[in-house]
Structure formats: C-alpha cells, structure tokens
Design a protein around this ligand. Structure first.
Ligand code: AMP
Ligand code: ZN
Length: 468
C-alpha cells in the first residue's frame, strides 16, 4: 500500500515497523463543544484507513486522544459556572455518540490529556536534563534551535518564520530565547485547573500531550501519525521535536494529513454563519450520508460542503442501498437455488470490481475511485441478477457489495428507523393541513407515518406518537 508522507512529500510504500502490525495515532478533538463537520473529516478518513488495513490483515493499534484541558474548555466552564472536567466529560460523551452515528469505530484507546499529566512531566524533565528545555519563572520552553531537524515536517523557511514571529511576539513572550520556542509547561492563572510540577503549579502545553500519549500507548517509534493539515505546523512539528529529542529515536514514520472541509467554498467559521455541527447534519440526514460524502473525495483534496452536494450524496448512497435490497429479495425469491449455467463465469467477472477497489485504496487511500468501483459493481448487479437467475448468485453479489461497502464503513442495510426530528416535522405539517381544513393531506401524512411504523394519537394535550 502506498501512502503520501508529508515528511518526505512522496507517496511511499507502507512498511510497518513490526510485520502484520500497525501503530497509528490520530489527533482528536478539543472537547469544549459538539464536534463540527470539519472535525468529522479526519475521524472518517482515518477510520477508513484503519478498516482497510484491518481488511488487509494488519492488527491495528489505533490511538486517538481527547484534548480535555485547554483555554476554550476553561472559558466554557467559567461561562457555565461548572468545573472544566464536567464540560469535557459532557462533550466526550456527545462526541462518542456522533462517532457511532457516523460508524466511526471507537479507537483501541482514547486517552485523555488530564489523565496523563505525570507522563508529560517526566518527558519535560528528560528534555530539561538533555538541555532541550529551559525554565523561565515557572514556564518551560522547548529550545528549538538545539534540534537541528526542526522544520523537517512542515518544510518551512525557519529564518523567515523567526523574523515574522519576532514582530508578532506578544508581551510576556520576550522571555523566550528564540521566537520559535514553544511552551511545554505553563503556570496556572487564577481559577484554572492545575497540577503540581517541579517548575510551577500549572498545566502542560498542547503539543507535549500528544507526544506523551503516543509514547505511552504506542511506543517511542510509531508507524503512522495523522490529523488535519492545519496541525502540520506547529503542532506536529513540535511533537516531532519533543519526542525525538526526549526518546532519541525517530518518532512517526508516516505522517498523514487530511485537507480541509469548506462550506460553500468558504472557510467554515462561526462568524461567517456557515458553521455546522455533526449533530445538526444528523437531524436532516442519516450520518451515513455524511460519511459517504466525506469519502467521495480523496482525503488530501479540499472538500466543499453544500446542501446540493449532500442531496446528491444521499441519492448516490440510495442507489447502493436499493441495489443491496434488491439482491436480498432475489436471494429469497430467484428461480434457481444453486448457480445456473453462466453464473460462475459472471462471478469471475465480478472479481474485477474488488481488484479495482483495492487498487484505488492501495494508491494512498483513494476512496473516490474505490467508490466508483462500488458503483460499477452496483450496475453489474442491477443487470446481471435477475428473477430467473439463482439465489446463490444473488447472494454472492450481495455479499460482495456489503463487504466492499463495509471496508469504507458504509452499511448496506437501509436504516428503517425514522428520526424523531422527521416525525415531529411531519406532525407539524399535518396540524397545519388540519387547520387549513385540508383533511385529505392530513390523512395522507398520517398514513405516510403509519407506513414508517409511527402511530399517531390525538389527545386532549395534543398529538402523541409512538413506534408500532
Ligand atoms: P481541533 O478540535 O480543532 O483540535 O480539531 C480536531 C481535528 O479536526 C484536527 O485533526 C483538525 O485538523 C481537524 N479539523 C478541524 N477543522 C477542520 C476542517 N474544517 N476540515 C478538516 N479537518 C478539520
Ligand atoms: Zn495532537
């Protein structure tokens, strides 16, 4: 399998450190709010990478953290008047619900920064002992100039950065030896969560968190480190500096970065009013549609989100589900039982789609082309599986379709359950129809709901509903 490595800027053949095993670290979200659809992109694409590697027979140790100590979490805790750990605990729970709805499997381990402070302190001490860290009034900085390879991931011109950063330096930072030095430990401010450490009562810098959690759960040298492209600099550059100087070993061998998700061709941001949480999208669509949409582009291509593209993703996914449903029916009802004449050859022909699928995934996880291969299989199944054929043939096609979709984390069974939100909306429309004395429409809506297994009851307190 070939993977594009940000470190070397090349597609490279993937060779794991240990045969048959993959260690993979994916930077997870800061939990101060519901996750947004941008956060969902690394979750979905790297979950798909994991599924594909498992399909190939690798045992994947997949670690993804929750950053649960951060300025934004503290701000939220002050705003709501509750402790910071309650804020993060709440959003970790919510994040896990969203992940499940997107069919993103839980990581092997989901470490939380606040549970790993001692390990971070130990790493910072080692860096200090080796001369890579210095303490100024309780703040500990990493000495970037001492690490000759600093900048190797982001391929940036460090001298330009240094002079640029000097101009931008904020007050209080002039105590740094070099503008590119970054914080490993910082003293607490009034009211902030803190831990005791040799330098001050305070908390770790963001970058050291991931270095420590990767080391603890995967080892000093790991196969793959991944995240969104915004993390290349400074986050991942700094992780490399800390880990390699502390451990005296190369850190991650392959660095994978997904491109950004934009909305209507603009950067997603709260102030532009084009900001969506996964939860909001889940009220309108089955989140499988969001997953399908994310995988319909290569993970290194920028991806544009819009209402139209979600509609076409829904329709495309629908074609797969319809084909799968039809194959299920034929598996029960087709004329023949065992393979009929000619069907064996057709099954040989079918193998071409899996080959195409694998070829795409082998080429730096090209899910867009892998999905095209799935559609070719759908087309083939729609023409070749017929009522006059055999049940065995329909079953073989159905199995193939569900296996290929499964590697992408797409379920081929149609979700029959309607969302509460949809039901409420239909009830509202029925009430409106009744008010307008359009009883035919009101009845039609009632019947439509009944078909979905929803029973309405008109009570004195209003309309109540239950699932049949
Ligand atoms: P954060 O909570 O901001 O640390 O982000 C968690 C993960 O989501 C990181 O891997 C980010 O790179 C990624 N991410 C954030 N915004 C976007 C976006 N608009 N498109 C793609 N990935 C994103
Ligand atoms: Zn990280």
């Amino acid at each position: 399998m070939k993977l594009y490595n940000t470190l070397t800027r090349k597609k490279e053949e993937f060779v794991p450190l240990q045969e048959g095993k993959v260690s993979m670290y994916v930077c997870g979200p800061t939990v101060y709010n519901l996750i947004h659809i941008g956060n969902a992109r690394p979750m979905i694409v790297f979950d798909t990478a994991r599924r594909y590697m498992e399909y190939k027979g690798y045992q994947v140790n997949y670690v993804s953290n929750f950053t649960d100590v951060d300025d934004k979490i503290i701000a939220k805790s002050i705003e709501e008047g509750i402790p910071a750990d309650q804020v993060s605990a709440r959003y970790i729970e919510e994040c896990k619900k969203d992940m499940e709805a997107m069919n993103v499997r839980p990581a092997t381990v989901h470490p939380q920064a606040t549970q790993e402070i001692q390990g971070m302190i130990d790493m910072i001490r080692t860096l200090e002992e080796k001369g890579y860290a210095y303490n100024v009034n309780g703040t500990v900085y990493f000495r970037t100039r001492k690490f000759q390879e600093y900048g190797k991931l982001s391929h940036k011109n460090l001298d330009d950065l240094r002079s640029g950063n000097r101009a931008l330096q904020v007050t209080g930072e002039d105590q740094k030896e070099d503008p590119l030095d970054f914080v490993l430990w910082k003293p607490k401010k009034e009211g902030e969560p803190f831990w005791h450490a040799p330098w001050s009562d305070g908390r770790p810098g963001w970058h050291i968190e991931c270095s420590e959690m990767a080391k603890k759960y995967l080892g000093e040298e790991i196969d793959i480190h991944a995240g969104g492209e915004d993390l290349i600099f400074p986050h991942h550059e700094n992780e490399i500096a800390q880990s390699e100087c502390c451990n005296g070993k190369p850190f991650a061998r392959y660095w994978l970065h997904n491109a950004f998700l934009n909305i209507d061709n603009r950067k997603m941001s709260k102030s532009l009013g084009n900001f969506f949480t996964v939860r909001e999208i889940g009220e309108k669509y089955d989140l499988q549609v969001l997953r399908f949409f994310m995988l319909s582009a290569h993970y290194r291509s920028p991806l544009n989100f819009s209402a139209e593209i979600m509609e076409s993703s829904r329709n495309a996914l629908e074609r797969i589900l319809t084909a799968a449903e039809r194959l299920k029916e034929l598996e029960q009802s087709a004329a023949g039982e065992k393979l009929l004449e000619g069907e064996q050859e057709k099954l040989q022909e079918m193998k071409a789609f899996r080959e195409k699928f694998e070829e795409a995934m082998e080429d730096d996880l090209n899910t867009a082309d892998a999905i095209s291969a799935v559609f070719e299989l759908v087309k083939f199944a729609n023409t070749e599986a017929v009522p006059e054929g055999s049940r065995e043939f329909a079953a073989a096609l159905g199995k193939e379709l569900s296996e290929l979709c499964g590697i992408l984390g797409l379920k081929t069974e149609r979700k029959t359950e309607v969302l509460d939100q949809e039901i409420e909306e239909m009830i509202r429309q029925r009430q409106e129809a009744r008010k307008a004395k359009d009883f035919a429409r009101a009845d039609a809506i009632r019947n439509e709901l009944l078909e979905k297994g929803i029973i309405l009851e008109d009570t004195r307190e209003g309309v109540k509903w239950k699932r049949a």
